[in-house]
Design a protein around this ligand. Structure first.
Ligand code: ADP
Ligand code: MG
Length: 345
């Protein structure tokens, strides 16, 4: 018998299992730490305003492929994924720090390109770049961004506030970023075999933009303020609708019925899915990277959202015992499954 300690593969736990294991013993010591691990961002209290903080790490070969992602777009998107987490707290992003680890294969000019995208996102969202760190890496590029935002006391929306009978809503449309990625990967494969063939990307500008240049829904946070709506819970869609619904349900201690025929899909998403023989529903449920907001509202607030084309009601929350279910167009009830660890697969 070996005396070595048992080593468990990280893949056995998965992303969420690993985070839970590494963070379960944390006890917050400071009164200013209102909400720690477990939401889209942490909440810190320093007076009338609360500060929200979130960090994301992007690694070459796992989160992005520089064969078909231009560095400027990468810079832009790296900022957006962070801003999205702040929006998911119903807060406004204000500052970011950017840390990079770069290998010798990158030139100064390529870093200029990366930063032109970072600056563009900062400009568009009114965010200040206030610091970071730079180091060398053995292989490839790693980008770590931390974002700070602010929210009035009492206005932050957590993953944990959904109640049975609340309406489940989503902004925009889903699955586009995933179908955009499938298209880029297909064309990249063709290019690897024959680099004289031009990529066939016409007619798919929307899904390509969804993948390469996503936006954070800061406009929705502003719209909530304008119509006087505070969702009961909220999360951004980074890992796919299924996984995010399960997070909301777990954190809120409720169940959910999601209706297949209500899930908003764009025409190009459906067209690409048909071309590649993929069910567009799978792209919406498990694809991720749409960076739309998924939120719940109490029934009394129905009138505030019903006429806004940006919001789609896709289901309602139930008692926890009923589970988290997809109700298909045919009326079948199928339990939702979380994917997670998406990028690493
Ligand atoms: P999101 O998809 O919104 O970025 P994650 O699933 O990455 O959220 O993280 C969920 C929660 O776990 C967040 O509160 C995040 O701060 C926390 N978290 C993730 N990784 C770690 C880690 N290595 N150590 C401590 N906390 C972590
Ligand atoms: Mg998030």
């Amino acid at each position: 018998m070996s005396k070595e300690k048992l080593q468990t593969k990280i893949s056995e736990l998965g992303e969420f299992g690993l985070i839970e294991r590494l963070t379960k013993k944390i006890q917050l010591k400071n009164r200013s730490s209102v909400k720690g691990v477990g939401d889209d961002a942490a909440i810190l209290d320093y007076g009338n305003k609360q500060i929200v903080v979130s960090t994301d790490l992007l690694t070459e070969g796992i989160h992005f492929n520089l064969m078909y992602v231009p560095l400027k777009h990468l810079g832009y998107k790296s900022v957006i994924v962070n801003l999205s987490d702040i929006c998911a707290m119903n807060a406004s992003p204000k500052q970011i720090t950017v840390s990079i680890a770069v290998s010798g294969k990158f030139s100064v000019e390529s870093m200029d390109e990366l930063y032109s995208g970072i600056h563009l996102a900062c400009e568009k969202y009114g965010v200040d770049l206030v610091g970071g760190d730079t180091t060398s890496s053995m292989t490839g590029l790693t980008i770590c961004i931390t974002v700070l935002g602010e929210v009035d006391k009492g206005k932050a929306v957590l993953r944990s506030g959904a109640k049975p009978n609340d309406l489940l809503c989503v902004t925009g449309d889903l699955g586009g970023a995933y179908m955009g990625l499938q298209l880029l990967e297909r064309e990249n494969e063709v290019f690897k075999v024959n680099n004289t063939i031009q990529p066939q990307l016409e007619g798919y500008d929307y899904i390509l933009e969804r993948q390469l240049k996503p936006e954070a829904r800061a406009d929705i946070v502003a719209a909530f303020e304008k119509i006087g709506l505070k969702p009961t819970s909220m999360i951004d869609i980074s890992d796919g609708l299924s996984s995010e619904i399960i997070h909301l349900c777990k954190n809120s201690g409720v169940g959910c019925n999601l209706y297949e025929d209500k899930i908003p899909l764009d025409f190009q998403t459906k067209k690409m899915a048909e071309e590649l023989n993929i069910n567009p529903l799978v792209a919406a449920l498990n694809g991720g990277e749409d960076y739309e907001l998924l939120f719940t509202v109490s029934l009394e607030d129905y009138a505030k959202i019903k006429n806004d084309p940006d919001f789609t009601i896709i289901g309602h929350m139930t008692e926890a015992a009923e589970g988290t279910n997809l109700i298909t167009t045919g009326g079948s009830v199928i339990p939702l499954v979380a994917q997670g660890w998406n990028h690493g697969k």
